[in-house]
Design a protein around this ligand. Structure first.
Ligand SMILES: NC(=O)c1ccc[n+]([C@@H]2O[C@H](COP(=O)([O-])OP(=O)(O)OC[C@H]3O[C@@H](n4cnc5c(N)ncnc54)[C@H](OP(=O)(O)O)[C@@H]3O)[C@@H](O)[C@H]2O)c1
Length: 291
């Protein structure tokens, strides 16, 4: 039985859809906080079980019969090490054969703020005695294409990533990598550094948006403080603005660059191109700005 945590999230839903093409539905369990929001997952024939990373007893019940667990990292900054510890310990009690974890690029050495909790989680996993695979995911390309509406509205794509090359990939690609390690042999003990094949700067992204929309959307590089202020002015909470600005300042120094192509090797195809993600975003209404 393969258990996927965070299964009702954006990455988790793609993992479940791709797993269903490889594994019988009765071998898949989707772990969600609120089954009422996962009726569509249950309709595929998989089991949907309720559990919360904060509540070990719910994890024990949800892990019954588990052979492999994909731990999709949580969303609550500052609480994630304890939450992940709860999942790891439940996996130990359930004696799972393989724990797969979605970490971040070069979690062991990355200066990025986001790496801290991933680094601590990886240490817990390594100390657990479980067989594990760590998927050190770079950024989702969608993190950046989510800013397309605002870029079209303001006539510029702003950030503070300078000339930093970004090796992001689509959620689809990372989901497929997770499915590969869950369904193939010989991934235990491996730590994969996963990024897109095609590294780009945010100026390249702005040029691609301009090309596809026919509008001139230049990239405007701000200082970290200016970008943080702009995000706050746009309505983002202070902690999120600080996180995003600090991440892009690290990206300017190469924090999101990865040339190893382990992701395309794992999924057996090139990663989704930047142009494709921009196109999909525009087609899904991401470019429907009235300005
Ligand atoms: N590489 C990147 O660029 C990047 C960007 C953003 C996030 N991430 C990380 O990658 C993960 C997956 O990304 P995503 O886009 O799928 O995020 P998402 O859509 O926000 O999904 C996060 C999932 O985590 C679950 N979750 C959060 N707290 C939980 C808890 N206490 N107990 C049980 N489940 C909990 C959520 O459950 P519910 O469905 O019940 O809410 C949701 O299914 C994120 O959680 C985050 O750690 C990576």
């Amino acid at each position: 039985m393969i258990i996927v945590t965070g299964a009702a999230g954006q990455l988790g839903r793609i993992v479940i859809a791709k797993l269903l093409t490889k594994v019988p539905a009765n071998q898949i369990v989707a772990l969600v906080r609120d089954p009422a929001k996962a009726a569509d997952l249950a309709a595929t024939g998989i089991q949907v079980r309720a559990a919360n990373y904060n509540e070990p007893a719910t994890l024990d019940a949800a892990f019954a019969g588990a052979t492999k667990v994909l731990l999709i990292s949580g969303t609550e900054f500052g609480q994630r090490v304890q939450q992940h510890r709860n999942v790891i310990e439940a996996a130990q009690r359930a004696k799972v054969e393989l724990l797969v974890y979605t970490s971040v690029l070069r979690a062991d050495t990355s200066p990025m703020v986001v790496a801290v909790e991933h680094r601590e989680t990886e240490a817990l996993i390594k100390a657990s005695g479980l067989h594990y695979t760590i998927l050190r995911n770079s950024w989702y390309t969608e993190n950046y294409t989510a800013s397309i509406p605002s870029a079209l509205q303001h006539g510029a794509f702003i950030s503070c990533a300078g000339e930093g090359k970004i090796s992001s990939a689509a959620r689809e690609d990372y989901a497929e990598a997770a499915v590969a390690v869950l369904t193939q042999a010989n991934h235990a003990g491996k730590i994969y550094e996963l990024g897109g094949d095609e590294a780009y700067t945010l100026a390249d992204l702005a040029a691609e948006i301009s090309r596809q929309t026919g509008k001139q959307i230049p990239y405007k590089n701000l200082t970290q403080a200016e970008y943080q202020s702009a995000l706050v002015a746009a309505g983002l909470p202070e902690f999120l603005a600080e996180f995003l600005a600090s991440s892009d300042a690290d990206a300017a120094q190469g924090g999101l660059f990865e040339s190893g192509r382990q992701l395309s090797q794992l999924i057996g195809r090139p990663t989704t191109s930047l142009a494709s993600v921009v196109k999909a975003t525009l087609e899904n209404g991401g470019g429907n700005s009235s300005h």
